[in-house]
Design a binder for this molecule. Structure first.
Ligand code: ADP
Length: 518
């Protein structure tokens, strides 16, 4: 990609800033060729040219991050921090605002494990595979919680509220204590970290006074250079219960059956109820099934289900811990379901010492589900649309029907799931598309906007957004004339008067870039 200079900066000032960055991190760690810029594009984006970094700088220490931030302030250059930049479907490594310099922290890879307490202090460059290898090679009796695709960073994923499938799957909730470089270069440690050398930094989440960890999640208020995280003690067993639901309408009663179990703690992890395309899109391509235009017809849906032995929806439950407890929990769940349905629940058990299932359920990172991007052929991609709903079967069913109709209207194939958190449902839609098909790209954009509109009419907002749609989503959070956005931007301008940190992230624009909104 050709150079797009940071807004308001001359080419000479840009070159001077890059020289200053080189003096901090070394010649090899400032990237500013066309080729370099390509590697930080959003490869799953509709319009890669709309979000292009001007360069990237890759520090190795917190002190280097601080020095870079000070130089950015000197020139008023916006930085876009990433951990590993694998946030596919939400923007990958690319910035909201073109011309920003990507602050690539993938070289910061220190891991400090406290085995006794099951906490780990991580730098942002530590990937799920790095942490998995570290835990396994050192025979540490804890498991990681990988997301569906585990190419990314443990910290980066948690900072965008990514989720996993074990009882520790709400990653943002498992963060405990951070080290943060503020937009002026100052360094703060949150929670107990505010006390020099406190041994309980990564154990007690609050410390004294206000707790700020959440303030640095999905925000542009600071650069996280270390984060504490709790890991799940390795379980003695995992008991599995898998069920196929035959009819689309089964979603409603299934949600109403599972929700009280989730609230009471009988279900420890967030079960995700997903449709037939989840498996088909990973294992096959669309042309294996159908050559026609428009959404897949029912006859093809039936053929896919028959081939993979799938229901309209699949429900996969997992119970973790001592065998007496996990088997008793599974029995209880089966007896509750038996009063509502005759669908079979397939039961399995993994015991410590057995080979691990290659699944995030079992704390094992995988990337092969990314294969689903090839569903339509061409250079494939997906974009996430994921509103949060109340835990009600009627609400879930209505949301499904509304969304399914939209998929049909826009000729897209339904790829949806309903994940039960403790008190809400996240309705994750992974909209698969072919970037080489301009008509499809245009349709997906219009489709996405109608989904957002439909959901917001119900008061449902997205839990996470692609960089292209951050303003659109922030707009839907509209109570009292967008009071939350006004609060966010007051904080932004106080902490970051030069607007150097991720302008536009989560729809939060600093005063000097207000005209960039939208
Ligand atoms: P991953 O590689 O795990 O997918 P990313 O590095 O792509 O994660 O990060 C996701 C988003 O979170 C980024 O686009 C950025 O806005 C934000 N982010 C990531 N790492 C940091 C960090 N260390 N400090 C502040 N924000 C971050």
């Amino acid at each position: 990609m050709q150079l797009v200079l940071p807004s308001g900066l001359s080419a000479a000032a840009f070159d001077r800033a890059l020289q200053q960055f080189r003096s901090i991190v070394g010649e090899d760690w400032v990237f500013a060729t066309d080729h370099d810029r390509d590697s930080y594009l959003d490869h799953f984006g509709f319009d890669q040219a709309a979000h292009v970094g001007s360069a990237a700088v890759a520090p190795q220490t917190t002190e280097e991050v601080q020095a870079i931030v000070r130089i950015a302030n000197e020139h008023k250059i916006p930085l876009w921090p990433i951990s590993r930049g694998k946030n596919f479907g939400y923007g990958s490594a690319a910035p909201v605002m073109s011309g920003s310099i990507v602050l690539d922290m993938s070289r910061m890879k220190k891991i400090k494990m406290d085995i006794e307490n099951g906490t780990v202090l991580l730098e942002p460059g530590v990937g799920f595979y790095d942490l998995f290898d570290y835990v396994e090679e050192n025979d540490i009796p804890y498991w990681i919680s990988p997301p569906g695709n585990a190419w990314g960073s443990v910290v980066g994923n948690a900072l965008d509220r990514g989720v996993g499938y074990t009882p520790y799957g709400d990653h943002a909730a498992r963060l405990c204590g951070m080290e943060v470089v503020l937009p002026d270069g100052d360094l703060v440690r949150t929670g107990m970290g505010a006390m020099t050398d406190s041994p309980s930094w990564n154990m007690h989440p609050y410390g004294f006074g206000p707790g700020w960890d959440q303030m640095f999640i999905q925000s542009n208020f600071g650069i996280v250079t270390k984060a504490g995280m709790w890991l799940m003690p390795k379980p003695e067993t995992i008991v599995s219960l898998d069920m196929e639901l035959d009819r689309a309408d089964d979603l409603g009663w299934a949600i109403d059956t599972l929700a009280p179990m989730r609230r009471s703690g009988l279900l420890q992890q967030s079960p995700s109820i997903g449709n037939w395309l989840r498996a088909a899109a990973v294992l096959t391509n669309r042309t294996d099934w159908y050559d026609g235009l428009g959404a897949l017809p029912d006859s093809v849906i039936d053929a896919i289900r028959a081939q993979f032995g799938l229901g309209w929806w699949s429900v996969n439950l997992r119970f973790y811990g001592y065998e007496e407890v996990t088997t008793a929990m599974a029995e209880k769940v089966k007896s509750i379901f038996a009063s509502r349905t005759s669908y079979e629940m397939k039961q399995g058990i993994w015991r410590d010492g057995d080979p691990r299932e290659l699944q995030p359920f079992a704390g094992v990172p995988i990337t092969f589900p990314l294969q689903n991007a090839s569903w339509h052929g061409g250079r494939g991609a997906h974009v996430g649309f994921s509103p949060a709903l109340p835990q009600s079967g009627d609400a879930a069913l209505a949301q499904f029907r509304r969304t399914f109709d939209r998929y049909n209207e826009f000729g897209m194939d339904y790829h949806g799931s309903f994940a039960l958190a403790e008190r809400h449902i996240t309705n994750v839609n992974q909209v698969l598309f072919n970037k080489d098909d301009p008509d499809m790209v245009d349709r997906v954009d219009r489709f996405f906007r109608s989904l957002v509109n439909d959901a917001s009419e119900q008061g449902y907002g997205e839990y996470r957004a692609h960089i292209e749609y951050m303003d659109l989503i922030a707009d839907t959070y509209d109570f009292n004339n967008h009071a939350l956005r006004r609060l966010n931007e007051r904080i932004k301008d106080t902490l970051d008067p030069n607007g150097v940190l991720s302008p536009g992230k989560s729809g939060i624009w600093p005063a000097n870039y207000q005209n960039e909104r939208g």
